[in-house]
Design a protein around this ligand. Structure first.
Ligand code: OAD
Length: 243
């Protein structure tokens, strides 16, 4: 922990890369592993454009349920710790695969959302995007402008990532000298290229996760544990290094 904190405090362009595990202690279930969502649901039945075409009601029921879960969730100490690192001038940005918006709610300012955001919807007819403030009511929701079918503005399997977010993540990863990888299994591509690109460009990689991950092979440091316990301790150590 001390060594990681020293390297982080000495870095000039540190970036965090986060996944579902960072929100686990906010009560938002992860996708893989024990109790993960993909144990109970099949991704191809819920998180693909084909699934939405086949049965928009079913897909919307699932997203409404997740919206309700996330609506009731608050950022946990891991999100707050990352926001604090940005305020301290230590962290440049958070690149996240999460769609829950909890990094921003915790106060992180530069958040790159690779998989979209569950609080935005897009019209499948006219293409307009709208923010939504609370879980959708009637299912499936309709476009207020053209009456078309709305879909969640998130990335589904087989879809490209939002171009702007991807380019920003690439640029951050290529210039990062430290990457803090938190709570991701690291198996979903192209997102998982991001820490690998950072490593290739010379960044020190620290992985925080209670389990094994597919990114452990590039880790210079591995801290095993829950993000909400480890990250606040890391911030305390970084503060000590900065004074
Ligand atoms: P996963 O569910 O694949 O992985 C969650 C990771 O979090 C695992 O490595 C767990 O060990 C770890 N974890 C669990 N509890 C934790 C805790 N309290 N603190 C820290 N880590 C913890 O989630 P992602 O890697 O984010 O994509 O999944 C990537 C993508 O797959 C998601 O964005 C989503 C999904 O299908 C799309 O829907 C496109």
């Amino acid at each position: 922990m001390e060594e990681v904190a020293r390297a982080l405090a000495a870095s000039k362009s540190a970036v965090a890369f986060t996944g579902a595990g960072v929100s686990a202690e906010s009560g938002v279930p992860t996708f893989r592993g024990a109790g993960g969502l993909w144990e109970r649901y099949r991704p191809e039945e819920l998180a693909t454009p084909e699934a939405f075409e086949r049965d928009p009601d079913l897909v919307w029921r699932w997203y409404k349920w997740r919206q309700e879960l996330i609506y009731a969730a608050d950022p946990n100490p891991a999100h707050l710790a990352l926001a604090e690192l940005e305020r301290l001038g230590v962290l440049k940005a958070v690149i996240t695969q999460n769609v829950d918006g909890l990094h921003r709610k915790a106060g992180s300012r530069r958040v790159v959302e690779l998989h979209g955001n569950i609080w935005r919807v897009r019209c499948t007819s006219c293409g307009r995007e709208f923010p939504v403030e609370k879980p959708v009511g009637e299912i499936p929701p309709r476009c207020p402008i053209c009456g078309g079918l709305l879909r969640p503005a998130v990335v589904w399997f087989g879809e490209p990532l939002p171009r702007g977010a991807w380019e920003e993540a690439l640029s951050l990863a290529s210039s990062a000298d430290f990457m803090l990888v938190v709570g991701t299994s690291g198996v979903v591509y192209p997102a998982a290229h991001i820490p690998r690109i950072a490593k290739r460009n010379g960044a020190v990689i620290a992985v925080v996760d209670p389990g094994e991950t597919a990114l452990d092979d590039i880790a210079d440091f591995k801290i095993r544990g829950k993000a909400a316990e480890i990250l606040p301790r890391l911030v305390a150590e970084v503060r000590r290094c900065l004074t």
